[in-house]
Unconditional design. Structure first.
Length: 237
């Protein structure tokens, strides 16, 4: 375990507020439980060349996404926001050789990096990467009557979260799982001043989910190597 550089003893009542302790605990569980092979390490490292360096999910969060995929028995996954394809590879492995992941990425520069990572991971055959604005790509999937998805991961530009949810609802079956990343952002979600469009995107999608008669949902805060953030998880009845 990494030595903490802060002075909170392990039993200190303030240790829970320590970002260093969060990182130490992430490091402990990641080392103990998660196998990141060379392909995943390369995918993570390659994210520094993308338009949003280091925005990919943490290893233990990616493993959680993979486990949810398998617990749900999901074989078809739709992802909004590919970046370097780190979480995509976790999904691709979770759905197995007979599964499919469709991942939507705005930036061709990021897509090029992701494609290399999919090839290195030997999952290129089960990953379809579509480049362009996520909403337009999703609309084309809807128009083409694509087979319904079992799980949708929304992890792209936050102001578009409500639009991505609306598309996800047209692209999923009963029982499908919808997961939204970055719903806490250092607590910004409860800053109701309404000036940050990313916060607005999270609050609006939360409201839409709350008001949707077919969705059961919760949100879980996370702390760790990525700071203080959280995931919203919804299931379609
Ligand atoms: C940002 C986006 C993400 O999806 C993330 O996990 C972290 C940061 C961002 O837009 O800065
Ligand atoms: Mg994210």
């Amino acid at each position: 375990m990494t030595e903490s550089t802060e002075s909170y003893p392990a039993t200190s009542p303030n240790r829970y507020e320590s970002a260093t302790a969060w990182r130490d605990v992430d490091a402990y569980f990641t080392k103990a439980l998660i196998t990141e092979d060379d392909v995943l390490i390369q995918a993570r490292d390659s994210s520094v060349k993308t338009t949003l360096p280091n925005a990919e999910v943490a290893a233990n969060q990616a493993a959680f996404l993979g486990l949810v995929t398998q617990i749900a028995g999901a074989k078809r996954v739709l992802e909004f926001g590919t970046l370097a394809g780190y979480s995509t590879i976790w999904f691709a492995r979770a759905v197995g050789a007979a599964g499919q992941v469709v991942t939507l990425e705005l930036e061709e520069r990021n897509a090029q990096i992701a494609r290399e990572n999919f090839t290195a991971a030997h999952v290129a055959d089960r990953v379809e990467l579509i480049v362009g604005p996520g909403i337009e790509s999703a609309q084309r999937l809807i128009a083409s009557n694509v087979a319904p998805f079992d799980l949708v991961f929304i992890d792209a530009d936050k102001p578009s979260n409500p639009d991505y949810l609306a598309a996800a609802l047209q692209l999923t079956r009963s029982g499908a799982v919808i997961i939204i990343d970055n719903v806490v952002r250092n607590g910004a979600v409860v800053d109701a001043s309404g000036t940050d469009p990313r916060v607005e995107g999270v609050r609006k999608v939360t409201e839409a989910i709350a008001n949707h008669p077919e969705l059961d949902a919760t949100a879980i805060q996370t702390v760790g190597i990525k700071g203080w953030d959280g995931l919203l998880i919804a299931r379609r009845r």
